[in-house]
Ligand binder design. Sequence first.
Ligand SMILES: Cc1ncc(COP(=O)(O)O)c(C=O)c1O
Length: 381
Amino acid sequence: MRRPQDTLVRELLKLCGRPEVISFAGGLPASEGFAVEAMRRAADEVLSQMPVRALQYSYTEGDPILRQAIADFETSRGTPTSADEVMIVTGSQQAIDLIARSFIDAGSRVLVENPTYMGALQTFRNASPEFVPLPHDEEGLNPAAIDSSFAGARFAYVMPTYANPTGMTLSEERRIALCQKARELDLWLVEDDPYGELWYDKPAPKSLRHWAPERTLRLGTLSKTLAPGLRIGYVCGPKEALNVLSLLKQTCDLHTSTFAQLTAARVFTSGALEEHLPQVRALYKRQAQAMLEALEAHMPEGIAWTRVEGGMFLWMTLPETVNTTALFKRAIDAGVAFVPGQAFYAAGDDTHHMRLSFATVPVDKIRTGVERLAGLLRAAL
Ligand SMILES: Cc1ncc(COP(=O)(O)O)c(C=O)c1O
């Protein structure tokens, strides 16, 4: 904890709270997407029908009812999964932490996409790894360019679906190629997939775990489909690996809230989740479309962005002469905010990107915010 922490972006983001600022810098899911009614009913049933089970201490690896519900859910998405291949965690962030502690020694190599999720980089950094960026091209992670120099790394942390921060999705062909490479080089894959259910028009390709179940730890969460305050995430993977994570979890928090687990399980098993998901997808699709249309209409030449097909974020690429960290304060003065891309890099000094989130901004404000941003960028160019 004595190591210097990168606080620049955190300091900048504090400025987003000003009321006149339209903020595309948020990372929170839309609260309109919370399944409030379904959870109220589920909580009521749990407390009426199994109060002791819901309120007593429980198993570290998770309540069997929820493990089975998640196993059935994963199976329904195309990857046969049994309950003992599922471990419940206190948000998928806890899984990232448990994996960091159990896999990384100081100086060991960890393969990451560059850019990637800031929260994972921060967590991995606690264990002092050496980050090695995975090769990328314009279609995202490029497995063909992974050679034997990557062998011996502890794992590759990848987000193949509607990634945070880029919004990109890896094609099925590349997923299969990545899994083949992992097998050749004997690498573990950590597949972080918080956004996979938030597709707009068609479901995402099958998970990495589908293609390499013996070496993939797949992280899922209910944070974006039900509510983040539940703090329920899960890891699917080989039993032996889950046993290790479970021993470690026991010393962290004994187990994830039993009441929250059983409430969530009821939302799954009653069918309320599958009923709720189309509303969440429609919400994000509407807001993503509003942002894509506004960008098309207002952005000056020379600026590119991801044509997102799901999730909460898109990634904007500016000419290299524009430094988005330096631009941030001027953006706040112009009444709009984004996350400077610099925050998401494990290695290198890339400063000409930004992440825009449309998740919590109403459609009319999305339009106004994009107009403000376009004006600012036109001036900067
Ligand atoms: C890529 C990614 N992984 C993990 C998390 C952590 O989610 P949770 O701990 O709520 O499951 C987030 C949260 O935004 C995320 O974006």
